[in-house]
Design a protein around this ligand. Structure first.
Ligand code: E4P
Length: 217
């Protein structure tokens, strides 16, 4: 499973990139607002930090303007992935861009039928929002299972990018289902490293090593 980080905070991205475990980045207009920075500058900086796909979202609602925005965004760097909403115009834009060889992430997916349409439109990634589904009384992970089944039934190449991830429990569930990619806020990714027994075990080993009076270097 590949890990993307869902943020426009370039400091947090640089920290995670340094682990060697970061495979890409997703942004959205809300994350750009939170960063307080200019969208195009942030995307340019992120693309220089990370080799993998960097999702940059169009904000127009109509196909023609989405195409113009996508054209600006994809010129920023070779690893820009254009993010489009799951609407009729968004999927028209997806089809046009992927036909030209541009990578596309279809976002705001909340149903398996929407995911089916995105795959038919040639999406590189489909982003089902599990957290927002859970928040609204639906089962986000059931959607991931349904999409996995449908995509496997028809051998669609669209990758399932689990989005709106809130906790490490989401990460584990998505991995068990066989989702291709997951995007999560920096704090959720950092939480994956931690276990109380790791901390306790390490403290014990450190204490015993001190008592031994030895050194490796
Ligand atoms: C995905 O690409 C979205 O940016 C993101 O996962 C949305 O998450 P949220 O529901 O926490 O805003």
């Amino acid at each position: 499973m590949r890990f993307f980080v869902d943020t426009a905070d370039t400091g947090a991205i640089a920290d995670l990139a340094a682990t060697g475990l970061l495979d890409g980045v997703t942004t959205n207009p809300s994350l750009i607002l939170k960063s307080g920075r200019q969208f195009l500058d942030v995307v340019r900086e992120i693309c220089a930090l990370v080799d993998g796909p960097v999702s940059a979202e169009v904000v127009a609602l109509d196909h023609a303007t989405m195409m113009k925005e996508a054209d600006v965004l994809r010129k920023i760097a070779a690893n820009v992935c254009i993010k489009v909403p799951l609407t009729v115009d968004g999927l028209k834009t997806c089809k046009a861009l992927t036909s030209e060889g541009t990578s596309v992430n279809v976002t705001l997916c909340f149903s398996a039928n929407q995911a089916l349409l995105a795959a038919k439109a040639g999406a590189t990634f489909i982003s089902p929002f599990v957290g927002r589904l859970d928040d609204n009384g639906f089962d986000g992970m059931e959607l991931i299972s349904d999409i996995r089944l449908i995509y496997d039934n028809y051998a669609f190449e669209t990758e399932i990018l689990v989005a709106s991830v809130r906790t490490p429990v989401h990460v584990l569930a998505a991995a068990k289902i066989g989702a291709d990619v997951l995007t999560a806020p920096p704090a959720v990714i950092h939480a994956l490293f931690n276990h109380v027994l790791t901390d306790k075990g390490l403290a014990g080993f450190e204490a015993d090593w001190q008592k031994s009076g030895q050194s490796i270097l």
